[in-house]
Design a protein around this ligand. Structure first.
Ligand code: MN
Length: 412
C-alpha cells in the first residue's frame, strides 16, 4: 500500500474519547455514495471498510461475508475474535490504510446491521415489572406468579425492526372507546428503553442451549427502542400478550457492540430469590454494567434546535434475568437460535425517581406529565417528538450506538 490514510491520522484520542476507540470496535453496515452496502467497523467518527481492509490483506475475513449487505454471515462464523484481534493490531501499529478503507460517518448511510431473524422481547426489569404491575393491579401482587421463576417474554415481529434514525409513523389501531371499540391513530404512543442481544452462532434444532453455553451464541448487543401503542395494547393483550400494539416498529442501534468489548463491565447481576430451577441457574457474571438514559425533545425543541432533555437514567446491571438465562429459557423446549435473532431485555427501569424506561411508568399511565426543559408537559408522545436512547460503560470508555426516532403524524 503506497497511498492511504495513516492510522495516526484517524485521531486515536478522539476515537477513545467518543467511546468508539480500539477497545470497542462495533460492527455495522454502511453504504458509501454510489456504492453497495458493505460490512464495516466503527472507529470514532469513521467507518473502516472491511472489504477494502480484506483486499489490502490487512485483516483476514472471507471476502464474500464482508461484502454482504448485512452482518449475519459474518456474525455466524467462529473467526470474529480473530477479526477483532487483527483490527486492534492494525490500529496499534502505524500502518497506512488504503484511502478506500476509511469513510467519514457523515459521508455514508449507516443501515440496519443485521437481517433480523426472530425477535423476542422479555420483561426482565424488576423495577419496571413492579411499577407496571402496581399501576394495573393496585390490589394484587405486582409481579405475576411465574416472574421470579422464568424470564417472561413474547415473540415479536422481526420484519418491522428498523435502524436508528428511521422516522416512526404513528400507528392506527383498535382501542377501548366510551361507547365500545374505536379504530384510529394511537393516542398513547410510548417508547421503551431496552438492550438487545444479537445471536451470531446458531444452535441446532431440538437441543436446549445451557445457560453456560449461551454467551458463545451471542455476537453482541444493541440498544433497542420497543415503540408501543398503549391504548391498542391495553385493549388487545388479554390473554395472549401484545400483538399490534408493539409490532408496528422497533428501532435498534446501527452498530453491534461485541461482547468482548464489554468484558470489563460484566457484573454478577442482582441476587435471585427464591432460587431458580437448575436449568436456569446463572453461570458466570453476565450482568452488564451499562448506564442507560432516555433523552426527549418535544417537537418545539426540535424546531428550536434545543438539546434533548434527559428524562430517565437506569443501569442494565439491575436486570433480574441475564441474557444467558433468557436464551436458555428460549431454547428449553428445543426451539433453536438462529443467526440474527434479536432478544431484547424488556423495558429497563431503575428503582428511584427519574429512572422509568417508558412513559407509561414515568407519567403513571398519562396522569402525571413529565415537564421538559422548554416547559412542554409530556404525557404520551406527540407528533414531531424525538426520542434518543443512550448507553455507556466505564464512564464513557464504551458507548453503544444511540437509537434515535422522530414521531411522524399518522397516515391520513
Ligand atoms: Mn418491550
Amino acid at each position: 500500500v503506497t497511498e492511504g490514510t495513516p492510522v495516526s491520522a484517524l485521531d486515536r484520542e478522539g476515537a477513545t474519547r467518543s467511546g468508539f476507540g480500539r477497545d470497542h470496535l462495533p460492527l455495522g453496515v454502511v453504504r458509501p455514495p454510489g456504492a453497495a452496502p458493505r460490512c464495516a467497523v466503527r472507529y470514532g467518527d469513521r467507518a473502516l471498510d472491511l472489504p477494502a481492509l480484506v483486499r489490502a490483506r490487512l485483516v483476514q475475513a472471507d471476502p464474500a461475508l464482508v461484502t454482504a449487505p448485512a452482518l449475519n454471515e459474518l456474525l455466524a462464523g467462529r473467526d470474529l475474535d480473530q477479526l477483532r484481534a487483527d483490527l486492534q493490531g492494525l490500529l496499534d501499529r502505524e500502518v497506512p490504510l488504503p484511502a478506500d478503507a476509511v469513510h467519514d460517518l457523515a459521508d455514508v448511510v449507516v443501515g440496519l446491521p443485521v437481517a433480523v431473524a426472530d425477535y423476542v422481547d422479555f420483561y426482565s426489569s424488576e423495577a419496571h415489572a413492579t411499577r407496571v404491575g402496581r399501576l394495573f393491579r393496585p390490589d394484587g401482587d405486582p409481579l405475576p406468579e411465574a416472574w421470579r421463576h422464568l424470564p417472561i417474554g413474547y415473540h415479536g415481529r422481526s420484519g418491522t425492526v428498523v435502524a436508528s434514525g428511521t422516522p416512526i409513523r404513528r400507528p392506527a389501531g383498535q382501542r377501548r372507546g366510551a361507547d365500545g371499540p374505536e379504530h384510529g391513530p394511537t393516542r398513547q404512543l410510548d417508547y421503551e428503553l431496552e438492550l438487545g442481544v444479537v445471536v451470531g452462532r446458531p444452535s441446532p434444532p431440538g437441543r436446549p442451549v445451557a445457560v453456560a453455553e449461551a454467551p458463545e451464541h451471542v455476537a453482541g448487543i444493541v440498544l433497542v427502542n420497543d415503540w408501543s401503542a398503549r391504548d391498542v395494547q391495553a385493549w388487545e393483550y388479554r390473554p395472549l400478550g401484545p400483538l399490534l400494539g408493539k409490532s408496528f416498529a422497533t428501532s435498534i442501534g446501527c452498530w453491534v457492540t461485541p461482547l468482548a468489548a464489554l468484558e470489563p463491565f460484566r457484573v454478577p447481576g442482582p441476587p435471585q430469590s427464591p432460587a431458580v430451577l437448575p436449568t436456569l441457574a446463572r453461570e458466570g457474571r453476565w450482568g452488564l454494567d451499562l448506564q442507560l438514559e432516555v433523552a426527549l425533545r418535544s417537537a418545539r425543541m426540535v424546531r428550536a434546535g434545543a438539546p434533548p432533555d434527559v428524562v430517565a437514567r437506569a443501569d442494565a446491571a439491575e436486570l433480574y434475568w441475564t441474557f444467558p438465562q433468557q436464551l436458555a429459557h428460549l431454547t428449553a423446549n428445543g426451539a433453536h437460535l438462529r443467526t440474527g435473532d434479536l432478544c431484547a431485555s424488556g423495558t429497563i427501569s431503575g428503582r428511584g425517581d427519574g429512572a422509568a424506561g417508558c412513559l407509561l411508568e414515568a407519567t403513571q399511565a398519562g396522569r402525571q406529565p413529565l415537564v421538559l426543559a422548554d416547559g412542554t408537559e409530556q404525557t404520551w408522545l406527540a407528533d414531531g417528538d424525538e426520542v434518543t436512547l443512550r448507553a455507556t460503560a466505564g464512564g464513557g470508555a464504551v458507548r453503544l450506538a444511540e437509537v434515535v426516532g422522530v414521531v411522524e403524524p399518522a397516515r391520513s
